[in-house]
Design a protein around this ligand. Structure first.
Ligand SMILES: [Zn+2]
Length: 199
């Protein structure tokens, strides 16, 4: 068999398996969103543990509710600790409105980051209605496992780079407000507590 055909077959099987794993997305509106925890929930401050092969069924079982919650919010990322699950995985989708590019990142880690920094306004589904400009590396190189268990390396910049760093922070119990001055952080946390009380 010519080599090209082999590669093509492998790729087709691969795409098919990813599509099957996320086939619920075609009817995502009918899926009940998993409730998202709001700070200061202690699990948001805990370091999540690595996902093992034994965890994969559990991870997959949470994907429909998590994607539903992320798209409904709407948000561009959601990490497992935000639904009370102390496992190192997160969802990301930074596609433009009306389009979708869902990614599931298992055990993601930043392996390289640019010296060049960029400031971008961030928000967080666990700190509803709170926004602030955060300075982070402009681009990063990340390694993660996909739903097939394959190790993937990718480079990202701009919005995706910000989003990846924000989500990986969640797996280490870090919130975007931790990148701000203590004064700004306290102001946001007080405002959030007040708003949550008034709900
Ligand atoms: Zn967040």
């Amino acid at each position: 068999m010519p080599r090209l055909e082999l590669v093509f077959r492998h790729l087709t099987d691969y795409i098919r398996s990813i599509m099957t794993a996320l086939s619920f997305l075609s009817d995502i509106e009918s899926i009940t969103p998993t409730p998202i925890l709001v700070a200061p929930q202690p699990v948001l401050r805990a370091v999540a543990r690595e996902v093992t092969a034994d965890d994969m069924a559990l991870v997959k079982s949470h994907l429909p509710g998590m994607f539903s919650a992320m798209y409904k919010a709407p948000g561009i990322g959601l990490a497992a600790p935000q639904i009370g699950l102390g496992l190192r995985f997160a969802l990301v989708d930074v596609a433009d409105e009306g389009e979708r590019n869902p990614m599931v990142l298992i055990n993601p880690e930043i392996i390289e980051e640019s010296e060049q920094l960029a400031a971008r306004e961030e928000g967080c589904l666990s700190l509803p209605n709170q926004y602030a400009e955060v300075i982070r590396p402009l681009s990063v190189r990340m390694r993660y496992r996909n739903l097939e268990g394959e190790v993937i390396e990718m480079e990202a910049d701009d919005l995706l780079a910000t989003c990846l760093q924000h989500e990986i922070d969640h797996l280490d119990g870090i919130l975007f407000v931790d990148h701000l001055s203590k004064l700004k952080r306290n102001m946001i946390m007080r405002r959030l507590a007040k708003e949550q009380k008034g709900r």
